[in-house]
Write a protein of this length. Structure first.
Lengths: 382, 263
């Protein structure tokens, strides 16, 4: 480190009034780690709530006991298989509840809750990543056309009378296809990569939205059209373990990569030239970030349909809570995205006798929340 | 510290492959040198500076650092050799001053790592060096232009390069901050850094530069020590207005350049 001392300078940079003795003085956002811990507790709290709320009443304590007993027995089973020894401790919780409750918690509510958490976290973290990479707090996870593409894929599969598996795969594949097209178009121009990406995304998104309209227009209005419309409004009602088990590794790996590289989001958000002059291979990093975010969004959309606003507002709330440093903000987005979407999904399935499509609720909540965020953070964007 | 030496040979650059921004430019900068590039707006001073740290690859010619062509350096290795202070701009997200300075540690970090405690100490040290440690937790986006310039200076110090490129470091500053920045540049060159800067103030070359190049029409009109190169004739040719160079003795004891305005 080169020390440079300017002697006798008499301007505003004088620092006589600052004492540098305590290192604690330089801790940034002192509470950020504990805020993320609180968000983790919040996620657990929402999860427990989601497990006991519903048509079939189970009290919260029983829900926790059912889950703990289930996990212990599962571990006991695994140990028994590997070592051949059955340890009684793992079966020590007496089953005081009915088998229906077991089924409701383990086969219905828990898989759905996990699907919702994965989708919510995935959407939030991909929104946060896109906002960093494109240096724009107003972009969301659908900016490169992934949602519109997925919509086309799902609508096509529904038109062709396919089952849930094929619909999901088709949505996923078309989501990636749309982003691939965005990439291809953006290659046409060499300068200002971020702006070209966003413009190409708008072009592709517009094209695929038009195709969705066309597919709706030709769909049978009594059987197929409602299915397409409902899919586009998003729902986790069909989420069962079998349906989303294939996308779990995609979501986990893509999230892990972003978490590991998250500090570089700070650098890339300073602009391409600046990041490169700081020794960052922006081309490669941008590609990795976009690929991971796209996989996350496509995976989330294929489990739960098109869900708006989560990728836009969760990163903002996270930034408000722990500051703009992606080191903390990405973690906060993961935790908060999961809690938020799970809370919304729980409302969707319990509020009325019919399930409300989830995107309706995220939009009704998202618009005023975003307005509020605009109002209180306007200073930071000027 | 190793003697870092920047050698530019017959550098030619063009954005579109048709019209050259500059052509056939050669110069070298040694440790302890301050090379100042003067010239009217739009002559490609900033472009040349960006080529020096490989932000734009040359169309022809070569740039060597320590005898090795810069295109053979990895981005990380290059960033350890050469630091670039861009013109100040406001980023999207309101990072704190310390966070911005810590970004300078990027080339020293492992790909999956965040800055360590030691990186933080180095960043704090850099803040102390430019005397702005008292604003360490202020949002960078809310600073004045002068403060931003100093934060970028601290960031490049935390980067610990051997060559420093500054794009118009004094442009957005008031007189006090201009002089403060010039003193800093002088001090850094005495510490053994090689500096290349662009400037709009011919006057400042007398204060800080060991070498001056005046850029005009894709080439250096003149290059050499400030005393020799910054002359009334050269400045008039470069800027198209008459500029007088006067030596003031007594307390000031240096040359100054003043434009002549005749009605």
């Amino acid at each position: 480190m080169k020390r440079v001392e300017i002697v006798g300078q008499e301007n505003a940079h004088n620092s006589n009034d600052v004492t540098l003795s305590s290192k604690a003085k330089y801790r940034l956002y002192p509470g950020k780690a504990s805020i993320n811990f609180i968000l983790f507790l919040l996620l657990i709290g929402v999860l427990i709530t989601a497990l006991f709320m519903g048509r079939y009443p189970i009290d919260p304590v029983t829900v926790v006991v059912i889950v703990v007993a289930g996990i212990l027995e599962w571990i006991g089973d695994k140990i028994a298989i590997i070592t051949g020894v059955k340890i009684a401790f793992f079966w020590s919780i007496p089953h005081t509840w009915s088998t229906v409750m077991d089924t409701v918690v383990w086969d219905v509510r828990l898989p759905r809750a996990i699907a919702v958490i994965l989708a919510g976290s995935g959407l939030a973290v991909s929104g946060a990543t896109y906002q960093g990479v494109f240096r724009n707090p107003l972009v969301s996870e659908s900016i490169l056309g992934v949602s519109a593409g997925a919509g086309v894929g799902a609508a096509l599969a529904i038109l062709m009378d396919q089952g849930t598996d094929v619909i999901q795969f088709s949505a996923f594949a078309f989501g990636l296809l749309a982003v691939g097209m965005t990439f291809a178009i953006s290659r046409v121009y060499r300068s200002n990569p971020t702006l070209v990406f966003v413009l190409a995304g708008i072009i592709v998104g517009g094209l695929f939205s038009a195709i969705i309209s066309l597919l709706k227009f030709v769909a049978d209005p009594y059987s197929k059209l409602p299915d397409i419309v409902f899919w586009l409004m998003g729902s986790f009602a069909k989420a069962s373990t079998a349906n989303f088990i294939q996308v779990i590794p995609i979501i986990l790996i893509a999230t892990l990569v972003i978490v590991l590289l998250r500090w570089h989001l700070n650098i890339i958000s300073m602009g391409d030239e600046e990041a490169r002059s700081l020794g960052m291979d922006t081309k490669r990093f941008r590609l990795v970030f976009i690929v991971c975010s796209t996989l996350l969004t496509a995976a989330a959309v294929c489990i739960g349909g098109v869900i708006g606003w989560v990728g836009l507002i969760i990163p903002h709330i996270s930034r408000m809570l722990v500051g703009p440093d992606h080191k903390d903000m990405i973690i906060a987005s993961i935790l908060l995205g999961g809690s938020y979407l799970l809370a919304v999904d729980t409302v969707c399935r319990t509020l009325m006798s019919v399930e409300i499509p989830i995107s309706i609720v995220t939009s009704i909540l998202g618009a005023p929340i975003f307005l509020y965020l605009l109002y209180i953070t306007k200073k930071a964007w000027s | 510290m190793m003697c870092a030496r920047l050698e530019v040979q017959n550098a030619t650059f063009s954005y579109d492959g048709k019209r050259n921004i500059f052509e056939d430019i050669s110069f070298s900068v040694d440790s302890g040198d301050v090379f100042c590039i003067l010239g009217p707006n739009g002559t490609g001073k900033s472009t040349l500076l960006r080529c020096l740290c490989n932000l734009y690859p040359l169309n022809a010619g070569n740039i060597y650092i320590d005898g090795k062509d810069i295109s053979s350096y990895s981005p990380k290795k290059l960033a350890k050799k050469i630091g670039f202070i861009p013109q100040i701009h406001t980023p999207t997200f309101p990072y704190s001053v310390l966070q911005v300075v810590m970004m300078g540690r990027t080339p020293h970090l492992n790909m999956f790592a965040s800055p360590s405690h030691r990186d933080r100490e180095i960043a704090l040290e850099a803040l102390k060096t430019v005397n702005i440690e008292h604003i360490w937790d202020k949002p960078y986006t809310e600073l004045s232009g002068g403060q931003m310039q100093l934060v970028l200076m601290a960031r490049v110090l935390a980067q610990e390069p051997e060559i420093l490129l500054l794009d118009e470091p004094t442009s957005h500053l008031d007189v006090g901050n201009q002089i403060y920045t010039i003193k800093m540049i002088r001090k850094l060159s005495q510490e053994g850094l090689a500096l290349v800067m662009t400037s709009h103030f011919p006057d400042h070359t007398f204060l800080s530069s060991s070498k001056v190049g005046i850029m005009k029409d894709r080439k250096f009109l003149a290059m050499g020590p400030a005393e020799v190169v910054v002359t009334e004739e050269n400045l008039q040719e470069a800027y198209g207005v008459p500029i007088k160079i006067v030596r003031i003795d007594g307390e000031i004891k240096r040359k100054i350049a003043v434009p002549v305005i005749s009605d």
